[in-house]
Design a protein around this ligand. Structure first.
Ligand code: PMP
Ligand code: GLN
Length: 397
């Protein structure tokens, strides 16, 4: 008797639902809804970069880039670290170009972790951290940031660390919360990392999207932290080119080598012509960065006002693309159901905050939804109007 062949799957991936981002985008398309779920801008970044990318594709390079990245981009990343954070980075040994921050994170986890290791992750957290960490055989030690201020509790961090802990992951500015870590919180992380001899993976993809005149502070600029931090940036966020899939990792040679050892067997290299274009992008003047943040801050304010006038309690947002609302304020209580419902009924898609918790965290809050504001103002206004009409209809019935 021939048995039908069944391929068993890796439970880390097989036992999870599809990522929330494509899931909500597909639902938005199905219902012709405005997609404020998945975070991507609806206008491409600087034409200058697009033209350089087109030229680089026509004229080359179009073969494998060096495994560490093209020299021009590695030099630009080092110069960018000097320009914004006064960090002296050796482009040859302390930078690595990756295929988006997503691959940079995966390469860091694969490069550093072995089965049985533990990683401290602050919840809620960007979705890919958990499956990427668990696929290495390591485990997450979760520390909850408590609403409504989402402040890091030092004692909770300390009790999450034991002798198996190897890494802490931080994300500032934070997706989905829009929170920017205070200096005091960075100091708590730095002290714990030094006390327990840990490396910190710093997801800083929104480094240039901090509002209200605040500036970004990379953890690695704190005393004694360069040697134990890697910082991951993304051209997707900094230049509104999420489809380019170019990210950059900065850190001390020993750590960069560790990430590179995994990267060379994962993505191997990143698109050569796009790296050339991003290198030129990083050299753009201060006016680019100032206008980028000003424009996004206006969008934040536009959507925050619109959501408030629809009846939502809108939480503060200091950076990123995202606003969080408390759905209790409009009489809803199940975030996943609420996000599906507004996509279907109001024609606006959002993402439930509970998707940013570990599946084991049954007590995760269910009363928050995340709306993305990196869209044209008219799109944000239309989304707000739709939600206002929808919420008014709900209270009338
Ligand atoms: N980290 C965070 C916090 C993000 O929000 C994202 C994407 N939105 C990434 C990492 C991944 O970035 P990339 O598109 O460069 O892979
Ligand atoms: N990071 C984006 C978000 O948070 C989406 C990225 C993705 O779809 N993987 O919405």
């Amino acid at each position: 008797m021939t048995k039908s062949f069944v391929q068993s799957l890796n439970p880390v991936f097989a036992n999870r639902p599809q990522s929330i981002f494509p899931t909500m985008s597909a639902l938005a398309r199905k219902h012709d809804a405005i997609n404020l779920g998945q975070g991507f801008p609806d206008e491409d970044g600087p034409e200058e970069i697009l033209r350089l990318a087109a030229r680089a594709i026509v004229e080359g390079p179009n073969q494998y880039a060096p495994v560490e990245g093209v020299p021009a981009l590695r030099e630009a990343v080092a110069a960018d670290n000097k320009r914004f954070y006064d960090l002296d980075i050796d482009p040859q040994t302390e930078t690595l170009i990756v295929s988006g921050a997503t691959e940079g994170l995966a390469a860091a986890f694969l490069g550093f972790l072995a089965p049985g290791d533990k990683v401290v992750v602050l919840a809620p957290f960007y979705e890919c951290y958990a499956p990427q960490i668990e696929a290495t055989g390591a485990k997450l030690s979760l520390v909850n940031l408590e609403p409504p201020n989402w402040t890091l509790n030092e004692a909770a961090l300390e009790s999450a660390i034991d002798e198996k802990t190897k890494l802490i992951v931080i994300n500032t500015p934070h997706n989905p919360l829009g929170k920017v870590m205070s200096l005091e919180e960075l100091e708590i992380i730095a002290a714990a990392a030094k006390r327990h001899n840990l490396t910190v993976i710093c997801d800083e993809v929104y480094e240039h999207l901090i509002f209200d005149g605040r500036a970004h502070t990379p953890l690695m600029t704190l005393p004694g932290m360069f040697e134990r931090s890697i910082r991951i940036g993304s051209a997707g966020k900094t230049f509104s080119l999420t489809g380019f899939r170019i990210g950059y990792v900065t850190g001390p040679e020993k750590l960069i080598t560790g990430v590179m050892k995994a990267h060379q067997h994962l993505a191997y290299t990143s698109p050569a012509p796009l790296q050339e274009a991003v290198a030129a992008g990083l050299a753009m003047g201060d006016d680019y960065y100032a206008e980028f943040v000003r424009d996004m801050q206006l969008k934040r304010d536009c959507l925050a006002d619109g959501l408030a006038s629809a009846g939502f309690h809108v939480l503060p947002c200091a950076g990123t693309y995202f606003l969080t609302v408390d759905i209790n304020s409009v009489g809803a209580s199940d975030d996943a159901e609420f996000c599906r419902e507004i996509t279907r009924e109001a024609g606006v898609a959002a993402v439930p905050l509970s998707a940013f918790y570990h599946p084991s965290q049954k007590q995760a809050p269910r009363n928050y939804a995340r709306f993305c504001f990196c869209k044209k103002t008219e799109v944000l206004n239309e989304a707000s109007a739709r939600l206002k009409a929808y919420c008014a209809g709900k209270t009338a019935t």
